[in-house]
Design a protein around this ligand. Structure first.
Ligand code: 6MZ
Length: 363
C-alpha cells in the first residue's frame, strides 16, 4: 500500500469494537479458552482465519467472538489495542461503537461492560488520547500543539475518541431503552450517540423506534445500519426518521436513492465489508461512485477491521485505485468527514487545523 494513505490524517466513524480486534489477539484468547476446555481451539481457529464469509456467517462469527471476549480484562484490552491500532495509521478522530452486554455468569451488566471499555480508553499508552468532553487527554489541552516525546524527540500522535452505544437488532424495546439510558448516564465519559446494528434479517424497526425517539429527544446523535439487505419498508421508515447518519445503504431502489439524496443524510461507506459479505457483488458497481459524483455527504469506514482484515488506510487505497481518485481528492474526502462527526465545534476546529497543516506536507 502506498505511504501517503497511511500518512494522511483520517476520520473513522463506523468501527465496531468486537469486529476490530486483531486476529493475533483473538487467536491468543481462543487458545487460552481452548486450554481451559471452554471451546475446541482447532474448530475456532478455522472459523477465525477464514477470509470469505457471507453476511450470515459473519454474524455466527460475532457470536463466537463474544464468547471469547466478553469479560472485563478482555474488553479493556481490546479497546486499548483497537484505539492504538487506529492511531498508528493516523486516524485522528475515532467514533468507536459497541453493544453493551450483560453476562450474568460473571456478574457483568451493560454498565460494567461499558466501564471496562472506558478503562481501555484510559489504558491507551502509545498515543495521547482525548475522549471526554472535558478531559483533554493525557493532561494535554486539546488546542496545544503535538507534544515531543521526551525519550526520542519524535512527535507523539494524538487521537480523539468518542463512543456510540449499539442496540443489537435481537434486543427488546426494554433492552434498547436500557442502552439509551446508559448512554445518557455516560455522556461525561465520551458517549455521544446510539447505533442500531446487528443481523439485518432479525428484528423489526418498530421495536427500536421508542428507544431511538427517546435518544433523539435527549440530544443523543443517531446512526442506523440501513439497507444492508433488501427491506423497502424499513429503509423508508429509517429515512423518514431522519437520523444524523446511516451506515451501508447497499440495497436501495430508485425512490430510496431520491429520498436519501434530498435528505442529505451522510452515508458511512464500508467497501471491503460490503464486498466480503456480498451485499454488493463487485466494487465497480458500488454506490460510492454515484454518491461521490452527486457530491452526497459520505465517509469511508472499516466496519470490522479485524473480521474483514482491513484498515482505514486500506479502504482509502481501495477507493483511490478502484475509482481512479488522486491524492488530493482522497485527502479532501477524508477532511470532509469532519463535518459529520458527533463531537462539538471545538473538536471540529482543531481537526480542521490538523488537516490543514498536514495538507501542506502532502506533495
Ligand atoms: C450489522 C454489525 C456489522 O458491538 O460487540 N455489527 N451489524 N452489520 C454489520 N456488517 C458486517 N458488523 C458488526 O461489535 C460486534 C457487533 O457489531 C454489529 C453486530 O451486532 C456485532 O455482533 P460489538 O463491539
Amino acid at each position: 500500500m502506498e505511504h501517503w494513505v497511511t500518512m494522511m490524517p483520517k476520520v473513522e466513524l463506523h468501527a465496531h469494537l468486537n469486529g476490530s480486534i486483531r486476529d493475533s489477539t483473538l487467536l491468543e484468547l481462543a487458545r487460552v479458552l481452548g486450554e481451559k476446555g471452554v471451546i475446541v481451539f482447532s474448530d475456532v481457529e478455522h472459523v477465525i482465519m477464514k477470509s470469505d464469509r457471507t453476511l450470515h456467517e459473519v454474524f455466527k462469527l460475532f457470536d463466537l467472538i463474544h464468547i471469547i471476549t466478553t469479560d472485563y480484562t478482555t474488553v479493556t484490552r481490546i479497546t486499548k489495542e483497537v484505539v492504538e491500532d487506529f492511531a498508528a495509521e493516523n486516524v485522528v478522530y475515532l467514533e468507536l461503537r459497541t453493544t453493551p452486554k450483560r453476562n450474568d455468569s460473571i456478574g457483568m451488566s451493560k454498565r460494567s461492560y461499558m466501564e471496562a471499555v472506558v478503562e481501555g480508553l484510559r489504558a491507551v499508552s502509545t498515543v495521547d488520547i482525548a475522549f471526554t468532553p472535558h478531559d483533554l487527554g493525557a493532561g494535554i489541552p486539546a488546542n496545544s500543539p503535538p507534544v515531543k516525546d521526551l525519550c526520542n524527540g519524535t512527535t507523539r500522535k494524538k487521537i480523539y475518541v468518542r463512543l456510540l452505544l449499539s442496540i443489537d437488532r435481537r434486543e427488546t424495546t426494554a433492552a434498547a431503552m436500557e442502552t439509551v439510558k446508559l448512554a445518557l448516564e455516560m455522556r461525561d465519559l465520551g458517549v455521544v450517540g446510539i447505533d442500531l446494528s446487528g443481523n439485518p434479517i432479525v428484528g423489526e424497526w418498530i421495536t427500536f423506534l421508542p428507544a431511538l425517539k427517546f435518544a433523539r429527544e435527549q440530544g443523543l446523535f443517531i446512526t442506523l445500519h440501513c439497507g444492508e439487505v433488501r427491506n423497502r419498508k424499513e429503509i423508508q421508515a429509517m429515512l423518514e426518521f431522519s437520523p444524523q447518519r446511516i451506515g451501508h445503504a447497499c440495497c436501495f431502489e430508485e425512490e430510496e436513492w431520491r429520498k436519501l439524496k434530498t435528505s442529505e443524510i451522510p452515508v458511512e461507506i464500508c467497501l471491503t465489508s460490503n464486498i466480503r459479505t456480498e451485499s454488493i457483488s463487485s466494487i465497480d458497481i458500488h454506490h460510492f461512485v454515484d454518491l461521490y459524483n452527486a457530491k452526497h455527504p459520505l465517509v469511508l469506514c472499516t466496519d470490522d477491521a479485524g473480521v474483514f482484515s482491513t484498515t482505514l488506510s486500506g479502504e482509502y487505497f481501495l477507493a483511490a485505485s478502484a475509482f481512479g481518485l488522486g491524492k488530493r481528492e482522497m485527502f479532501q474526502l477524508s477532511r470532509n468527514a469532519i463535518d459529520f462527526i458527533f463531537a462539538d465545534d471545538k473538536v471540529k476546529r482543531e481537526l480542521r487545523e490538523n488537516f490543514d497543516s498536514a495538507a501542506m506536507k502532502l506533495d
